[in-house]
Structure formats: structure tokens, C-alpha cells
Design a protein around this ligand. Structure first.
Ligand code: AMP
Length: 278
């Protein structure tokens, strides 16, 4: 497995792969890998010949009071998992290799990012779009795989690729969950035993909205309140509990199958997100 620390080395490898006729699949991550990340690698392997995975905790997508410093990191373990999964190249840049001190260009999506996490985390999606655009230019993938776990992120990236004509096919892969329903996340490592139980409120709240819609409840406000109630019963602090159109991410008034329920909630000091297409 190749391990690259500079954009130059990464791009040289990708260009060589392309010259030899290989299709490159790409999985961008922030590391502390879990089975959800590895499922994206497996999906990429179905669409490409050589898989590149990046591990970069991108400082520009964290707000000043967010968890950049405490975001979990374990490079040795991540590399072992990548090797086992058949990843061909890991890109592990230091922040200084990615951003010039006087960097002054960024990518801004201005519609899909306005609500949900974009509204609560100002500048977050500018950081995400900018780093993903840079990674696409460095890795030169044919196909890139993103998780539905970050539903708004996947929508924003698809829009960026469409509007800026990146020659990359975006694939979205389903959310991998623990057996009890908790969406896998690198941040779950921060949960203590009590919080780990409370965190089940997210998937249960989503399930309660799905069940209620199936039983005929179409008032989105009723579904939102029901999700809030479940979250609060689990001792979680609600950031948002939304029912939205799956394409535009705009809140809906009347819920219909195909809408998406999205939640962000604080569990102790950890902010968790989850979503489910109804
Ligand atoms: P992260 O390292 O958390 O930035 O995530 C990197 C990629 O993995 C993103 O495309 C995420 O949506 C995806 N991902 C994170 N958690 C999961 C999960 N539980 N199931 C599937 N994909 C995931």
C-alpha cells in the first residue's frame, strides 16, 4: 500500500494509474476509521480498479469552538485497516501541505447548505467544499464515494460537482449502524456508557417519524415534535429535528414517503447527526 504525505506524490501516483488505464475510486475521510468507512471502500471497489483513501482532519471545516483538537486520531490503526481492505494508496497530508498560509480561494455552495448543519455550523460547508475540491484535484478520481450518514454533505458535494463540472461520479452509500441502531461515527468513541445509551435516541426518533408517517401522520410539524420528544426522553439536547425534501433539503409542511428526516443532537459534549429517508 502506498502512503503519501504531499499532494505532489499523490497526484503523480494517480496520473500513473490513469496512464495504465486504471479507474481510480476515492474515499475521503477524517480518519479514525470504522466499518462505515470500510463499506465506502468496498463500494468504491465495485466501481473502480484502484482505491485511494484520504485521512485529513480538515481544520477549515471546524468552527472555533468545535472539536478539531479533540477529534479522534489513530494513524497506525487506520493504515492497518486500509491495508486489510485492499486500499492502494492512502493520502495523509499535514494541514501545511494542504493550505498555503495566505490561501485566499474557497468554494461556496449557496442553496443546499443554508439550513440544517450549515445554519448551525457557519463556514462548515465552505470548508468541506474547498477541501473536497482540492482533494479531487489532487487525487484525480473517476468515482468518489460518500456516506448517506452525512446527508447534507453528500447533497452539497453533488451540487458542487454538477455546478463546477468536476469529472467525478459521486456515489452515496448507506449508513452503517451498530446492531442496536446507532449510526457508526468516529465521534462515538467519546461517548461514555450512559451517553452511549442516550445516543440511541437519534435512530429511535427517526424510526418513530418513519412509523408515524407509515401509520398516516402527514403533518411534518407533528413528526418534528415527535422526534424532539423522543430525543428529549433520551436526555439529548436537540440541535435540529427536521423533515425535508430529499433533493432541495427544504423543510416540508406535508410529509410524504421519500422525504428525509434529519437530526442533530448533543449527547454530553458530543454532537451527533443521523438521518433516514422516510
Ligand atoms: P468522516 O471521516 O466522518 O468525515 O466520514 C468520511 C466518509 O464516511 C463520509 O462520506 C461519511 O458520510 C462516511 N461515513 C461516516 N460514517 C458512516 C457510516 N456509519 N456509514 C457509512 N458511511 C459513513
Amino acid at each position: 500500500m502506498n502512503i503519501f504525505h504531499t499532494p505532489h506524490e499523490m497526484t503523480a501516483w494517480s496520473q500513473a494509474q490513469r496512464r495504465s488505464g486504471k479507474r481510480i475510486g476515492f474515499v475521503p475521510t477524517m480518519g479514525y476509521l470504522h466499518a462505515g468507512h470500510l463499506s465506502l471502500v468496498a463500494e468504491a471497489q465495485r466501481h473502480a480498479d484502484a482505491i485511494a483513501l484520504s485521512i485529513f482532519v480538515n481544520p477549515t471545516q471546524f468552527g472555533p469552538h468545535e472539536d478539531f483538537a479533540t477529534y479522534p486520531r489513530d494513524e497506525a490503526r487506520d493504515l492497518a485497516l486500509c491495508r486489510e481492505a485492499g486500499v492502494a494508496a492512502v493520502f495523509l497530508p499535514a494541514p501545511a501541505a494542504m493550505y498555503a498560509p495566505d490561501a485566499s480561494v474557497s468554494v461556496d455552495e449557496s442553496a443546499l447548505q443554508n439550513g440544517l448543519c450549515g445554519a448551525r455550523r457557519p463556514g462548515h460547508f465552505r470548508g468541506v467544499c474547498t477541501v473536497v475540491a482540492k482533494l479531487f484535484n489532487i487525487v484525480l478520481p473517476d468515482v468518489a464515494v460518500f456516506g448517506q450518514k452525512d446527508f447534507q454533505q453528500a447533497a452539497v458535494i453533488r451540487r458542487m460537482v454538477r455546478d463546477l463540472n468536476f469529472p467525478v461520479t459521486i456515489i452515496t452509500a448507506p449508513t452503517l449502524r451498530e446492531p442496536d441502531g446507532l449510526a457508526m461515527s468516529s465521534r462515538n468513541v467519546h461517548l461514555n456508557a450512559k451517553e452511549r445509551q442516550q445516543a440511541l435516541g437519534l435512530s429511535r426518533a427517526l424510526a418513530s417519524a418513519a412509523d408515524a408517517l407509515r401509520a398516516g401522520e402527514t403533518s411534518a410539524d407533528t413528526l418534528r415534535q415527535q422526534m424532539r420528544d423522543v430525543l428529549e426522553q433520551h436526555g439529548l439536547r436537540v440541535d435540529y429535528a427536521e423533515i425535508a425534501d430529499a433533493e432541495t433539503l427544504s423543510p416540508v409542511t406535508t410529509a410524504t414517503p421519500g422525504n428525509v428526516a434529519l437530526i442533530a443532537a448533543h449527547c454530553g459534549n458530543t454532537r451527533l447527526i443521523d438521518n433516514r429517508v422516510l
